[in-house]
Structures are given as structure tokens and as C-alpha cells.
Design a protein around this ligand. Structure first.
Ligand code: NDP
Ligand code: MN
Length: 365
């Protein structure tokens, strides 16, 4: 991160809007980044308004500040939330209107401001992806936005900044990264490039996530998780995701729950549904997680992959069901209807109807 001032200067920025979280931790990091920028002669204004599951309201407040402070670049510091908020700010700053106008993809966007992302969790890969996820406060849903122009110009992954993550956040964000790799690996548009990134990332997460959770100061584990989540980003940025994310977005948007926890709980249940469509893929996931599949049938090995995912989630302390985190049986139909509209579900390997999505939610309760 120490290089950020020189980098911003070299990119031609003169005044950066620094977008950070609302907590003491987030604000302090925003100040650190502003000081480093100022040290290289790049001025800054701090927008400490990116809350977890960042909202349309925050995006608009940030875009207003970008204009009133005459900024010409955006620097985000924090987890997926500040980074996605910064992407949203860039869209509105350059294109005007309401962030809701840009839901989904395929919009004819004007070029966005320069964007540097400093990532402090090991999960979302938002520091390098073309996705942003913004909560629509009027509909209580999370909108997925996808456009190549959302890809940050420079991504900084510094494991020193990840040491302060408590065990629960480490576990949730690490399981988010695992979800990215698994969904990308079984996606209908997977390629040899995304497969290589996904499998390596699955292997690293299995090996290092428990260590990062049990001892947050283990720098080898922190560094390997930073590589793992970035590799997962390469995979899903190109192969997209599946029903886990489509369904998790609804839980996150409606109940304001942590993204990684929603994914982690849903992951084995969605993959149980997916298994029959691409059993061979699950055999390779089992192998990447260290299972000796040599004496197993395809079905046994595919089932073992799902058992491994469940065991890893339990080992790092993920709650065992959606009921435990506050989801209500009576909301599942509405959540399922919205999940079917989420852009992330388009590449899921097995198509589900409404009743099947509801059944998956129920099985994960
Ligand atoms: P968040 O950015 O939401 O942060 C969660 C909490 O952790 C906040 O309170 C944050 O506070 C705190 N925090 C962040 N980093 C640290 C740290 N190093 N030490 C201590 N506390 C920390 O978490 P995620 O990274 O999981 O991001 C989740 C969001 O990203 C969701 O909205 C999700 O939908 C989205 N997402 C985006 C993707 C994309 O490609 N764009 C892909 C997947 C998910 P503070 O920030 O104030 O420090
Ligand atoms: Mn995710």
C-alpha cells in the first residue's frame, strides 16, 4: 500500500475521492490512504460513508462529493463494500442519473474515473472484477451491476491489511472466495483459464483458511488467502457465478446479512442440486480439496466434494442454517422470485424453476 501515492501520481490523478468504510477501522484506513496520496502530491477528500452492503443512498452521496470536491480519481479502501460503493460512485459521477438505471449489464456507459482499489478482506475480489453489488433501498434487493469499465485500473492486495480481520470475518470472506471458485468451476461458460484459477484457489482455501481463522497473525495463511481470493476473482470475473450468489444476494439485500455467511450456508445445498448436471466437475473439486478419489465411483467422489465443503464451513465456524441467521420460512417464495431475476444465476449448470429454488432455500434453513 505504501506505493499508492506514487502510483496515483503516475496515473495522472490530481485529487482523489478516498472511499472507505463507516467504522473506526474504515475511517482510519481512509486517513492513512489520504496521507500517502498527499505525500506524493495528490490531494484528497475522504468519503467515509460506505456501509456494509453499500446502498444507492451512499453511492449518490459519494458522487455528489466527487463533483463538489472536483476530484479526478477514486481510491477505495476496505472490503467489497467500499470497493463496490466506489464503482457505483464512478458510474454516477461520469453518467449522471440514478445508480438503479445501471442495474445488470449492457449499458452504454461513458468512461469512468480512474480507480485504485485497496482490498482489506480476502473474499470478494472486487478489487479486480467488473462487478459491483449495490443495495436498492426502495426495493430491499441487491442489484448486481456488470460492465468491463467497472474493472479497477490498479488493484492492491496487501496481506498486512488483512491481519486485523477477526475470525468470523476471515471465515465468511474466505468462504465467499470458495463460492466464487466453485460456482465459476461448474459454470456453463467455464474455460481452461478459469478452471486453472478456480482449482488452485480451492486447493489454497482448503489448506489455508482454517489457519487464517485460528491464527489471524499467521502471515503465510494471510498471504495465501490473498492469492486464493484473487485467483477466485480471475475465475468468476470470466466464468461468472451461479445460484448461490443469485440466492445470497436476496438474503443480503432483504435482511442486511453478511454476504460471505449467506454464500457459505447455501453453497453445499445449491451444489447438491447441481451435482447431477456436471458430476465430473465435482470429482475434480474433491481432488482439489485433498480427497483420495482413486477408489470412489464418480457419484461417491462428487458427493465427497460437497461433504468437504460442509466440513470446511463447520471447521471455520459458519452457522449451520439460514434460520440461525434470521431467514423466515414465509419470505422464501419472495426471495426465490427475486433470485430468479438475478444476473448471476444465468450461468448455473442446472436450470431450476421457482419451486426448486424455494426447495433449495428450505433445505438450507
Ligand atoms: P465488507 O466490505 O462488507 O466489510 C464487512 C465488515 O468488515 C465491515 O464492517 C468492515 O468495516 C469490516 N472490515 C473490512 N476489512 C477489515 C479488516 N481488514 N479488519 C477489520 N475489519 C474489517 O466485507 P466483504 O469484503 O465481505 O464485502 C462484502 C460486499 O461485497 C457485499 O456487499 C457483497 O455483495 C459484495 N461482493 C462484491 C463482489 C464484486 O465482485 N464486486 C463479489 C462478491 C461480493 P470497514 O469497511 O469500516 O473497515
Ligand atoms: Mn461473492
Amino acid at each position: 500500500m505504501k506505493e499508492i501515492g506514487n502510483q496515483a501520481k503516475a496515473m495522472g490523478g490530481t485529487k482523489a475521492l478516498v472511499v472507505c468504510g463507516v467504522s473506526k477501522h474504515g475511517e482510519a484506513l481512509g486517513k492513512d490512504v489520504a496521507a500517502l496520496l498527499n505525500g506524493s502530491g495528490v490531494a484528497s477528500a475522504i468519503f467515509a460513508g460506505a456501509e456494509p452492503n453499500p446502498t444507492d443512498t451512499s453511492v449518490h452521496a459519494g458522487a455528489k462529493m466527487y463533483a463538489s470536491e472536483s476530484c479526478d480519481m477514486v481510491v477505495a479502501v476496505g472490503g467489497g463494500s467500499p470497493m463496490d460503493c466506489a464503482k457505483g460512485i464512478g458510474i454516477v459521477a461520469a453518467n449522471g442519473g440514478n445508480i438503479r438505471d445501471y442495474e445488470g449489464g449492457g449499458h452504454d456507459l461513458k468512461p469512468l474515473p480512474l480507480l485504485i482499489t485497496v482490498n482489506t478482506t480476502a473474499g470478494t475480489a472486487s478489487e479486480m472484477t467488473s462487478f459491483a453489488v449495490i443495495t436498492d433501498t426502495s426495493r430491499h434487493i441487491k442489484m448486481a451491476l456488470v460492465d468491463w469499465r467497472l474493472t479497477p485500473d490498479v488493484a492492491i492486495n496487501d496481506p498486512e491489511l488483512m491481519v486485523s480481520m477477526p475470525p468470523g470475518l476471515t471465515a465468511a470472506t474466505g468462504m465467499d472466495a470458495l463460492t466464487h471458485s466453485v460456482e465459476a468451476f461448474v459454470s456453463t461458460i467455464a474455460t481452461p483459464v478459469t478452471d486453472a484459477a478456480a482449482l488452485k484457489s480451492i486447493e489454497l482455501i482448503k489448506g489455508y483458511l482454517p489457519k487464517a481463522v485460528s491464527d489471524g497473525k499467521n502471515m503465510e495463511a494471510r498471504e495465501m488467502m490473498a492469492y486464493a481470493e484473487y485467483l477466485a476473482g480471475i475465475a468468476f470475473n470470466n466464468a461468472s457465478l451461479g445460484y448461490v450468489h443469485a440466492m445470497a444476494h436476496q438474503l443480503g439485500g432483504f435482511y442486511n446479512l453478511p454476504h460471505g455467511v449467506c454464500n457459505a450456508i447455501l453453497l453445499p445445498y445449491v451444489q447438491t442440486f447441481n451435482k447431477e448436471a456436471v458430476p465430473g466437475r465435482f470429482v475434480l473439486i474433491a481432488k482439489a480439496m485433498g480427497v483420495d478419489v482413486s477408489k470412489m465411483s464418480t457419484d461417491e467422489a462428487a458427493a465427497a466434494a460437497i461433504d468437504e465443503i460442509k466440513a470446511l464451513a463447520a471447521e471455520v465456524g459458519i452457522p449451520s442454517g439460514l434460520g440461525e441467521i434470521g431467514a423466515k420460512e414465509e419470505d422464501l417464495k419472495m426471495l426465490a422470485e427475486n433470485a430468479m431475476k438475478d444476473i448471476c444465476g444465468m450461468t448455473n449448470p442446472r436450470e431450476a424453476d421457482l419451486a426448486e429454488i424455494i426447495a433449495i432455500y428450505k433445505s438450507a434453513m
